[in-house]
Ligand binder design. Structure first.
Ligand code: RAT
Ligand code: ZN
Length: 418
């Protein structure tokens, strides 16, 4: 092939890969969104976008206001302060700020007017059902996983009474209080009809399994999930390790469900910031390797928060096929790290990975989170396919579609189905 012809075909390969990566429907495997039937639990609209905890943390870097004063304000007033500090007094270049603008722009709003009251008026016209369709359509989402906690006092009663499910909103059973605050959780379980003893006898583990089975059925959960602190070790004698071994993992095996582990969150580093006050730390990947080795019949979906852990996680996934890395979580969900992590994963473990989830807490955020991630993932894929093409291995359109579908949920579904 002549140099000019090669250039042309690589340009068309890039355009094809980009188009597929930008349009392939995605299964968003971890969000904090709710089935619209859960009413006000599903956040959406400009004031929820602006009061996202990622933006709250950034605002306090500029705002000279006592924390408690900020928290005593109405949501609208908090949003005003955030808009002013992050969008008007400074250019909104951080990833979370840019995300608000991408969202508004993709919704068809003119952001250059910087007119918050007009934006509020635009949102006020929407009904949640239509708006949900619009956001999922713009983000290209075919299904998404919620985060569902029986320990949440607002959420629990809705599940207990039951409701007609929206099939696009799949449940994931979140169990942090069970594993991380056993002393406080045991009396709660007892109150709900699951008599357990704090010292965790075999009988108590059986009762915890009954609790998990009831909630798995009630939610029709696709997987169980927990976020663990950097110090998490396994094996161990603490309640977390014992509950994992004797209740959670046997439950997952019995019900054929993966366990999602989100490793490295340090809760309440600055409690005054509330939800925005968590930090991160480096996790022990040897604990994860021990779990994968000791329980080959269990499957682990894993994301790690520290950049320093990303390479080790990929290497662990090369050793254990019951480990599926996913997502660029929270502080790693910035284009710079999404690119680095996607490259690292594709180069070390190929396509057996789910490169991204949105972690959206506000419905509209799926628009920007997927817009930004799709573009970065597309860029990495273009490069990878171009490298292949240089060897003479020209990827065909169906092959590219197959690969992108795997990355955007297919590999996750296959991992769950094993
Ligand atoms: O990304 C977030 O919004 C965090 O606050 C956490 O919720 C985290 O994603 C988690 O699931 O623990
Ligand atoms: Zn999350």
């Amino acid at each position: 092939m002549t140099a000019a012809a090669h250039k042309l075909s690589s340009a068309s390969l890039a355009a094809r890969v980009e188009k597929i990566a930008l349009t392939t429907p995605v299964f968003d495997i971890h969000t904090h969104l709710y089935d619209p039937a859960l009413g006000s639990l599903l956040l959406w609209g400009i004031d929820d976008l602006l009061t996202y905890h990622y933006l709250v943390a950034e605002t306090f870097r500029y705002l000279d206001l006592p924390y408690e004063e900020f928290w005593s304000l109405s949501k609208t007033r908090q949003a005003d302060l955030i808009w002013n500090a992050l969008f008007i007094e400074h250019s909104p270049i951080s990833e979370a700020c840019r995300g608000v603008l991408t969202t508004l722009n993709r919704l068809g709003l003119d952001v250059k007017k910087r007119d918050l009251p007009a934006i509020r008026r635009w949102f006020a016209q929407w009904k949640v059902a239509d708006y949900t369709d619009r956001c999922l359509e713009l983000a290209g989402i075919r299904q998404l996983c919620m985060t569902n906690s029986p320990f949440d006092d607002l959420e629990r009663p809705v599940w207990e009474s039951g409701f007609a499910r929206d099939q696009r909103f799949v449940a994931a059973l979140r169990i942090d209080p069970l594993l991380l605050a056993w002393r406080d959780t045991a009396p709660l379980l007892a109150r709900w009809g699951y008599p357990v003893r704090a010292e965790l006898s075999a009988q108590s583990c059986g009762t915890v399994r009954r609790f998990l089975a009831d909630w798995t059925r009630r939610l029709q959960a696709k997987y169980l999930m927990v976020s663990l602190p950097p110090g998490f070790a396994f094996p161990g004698k603490d309640p977390c390790a014992r509950l994992l071994e004797h209740a959670v993992l046997p439950h997952c095996r019995e019900h054929g469900l993966p366990l999602a582990l989100m490793l490295g969150a340090r809760r309440a580093v600055n409690p005054d910031l509330e939800l925005a006050g968590d930090g991160l730390g480096r996790s022990r990947i040897d604990a994860l390797e021990n779990l994968c080795a000791q329980f080959p019949q269990n499957r682990f979906l894993v994301t790690v928060l520290a950049r320093e852990n990303q390479h080790e996680l990929c290497v662990a996934a090369r050793k254990f096929r019951n480990l599926h890395p996913f997502g660029c979580w929270w502080f790693t969900n910035v284009p710079y790290l999404v690119e680095e992590m996607t490259r690292l994963r594709l180069e070390l473990i190929g396509l057996s990975v789910t490169p991204q989830h949105s972690d959206a807490r506000v419905l509209d955020q799926v628009i920007y989170k997927w817009d930004h991630s799709r573009r970065v993932i597309a860029g990495v894929l273009v490069e990878k396919y171009a490298d292949l093409a240089r060897t003479g291995w020209e990827p065909t359109e169906p092959e590219i579609r197959r690969d992108v579908s795997a990355l955007f949920g297919g590999a996750f579904e296959q991992f769950c189905a094993h």
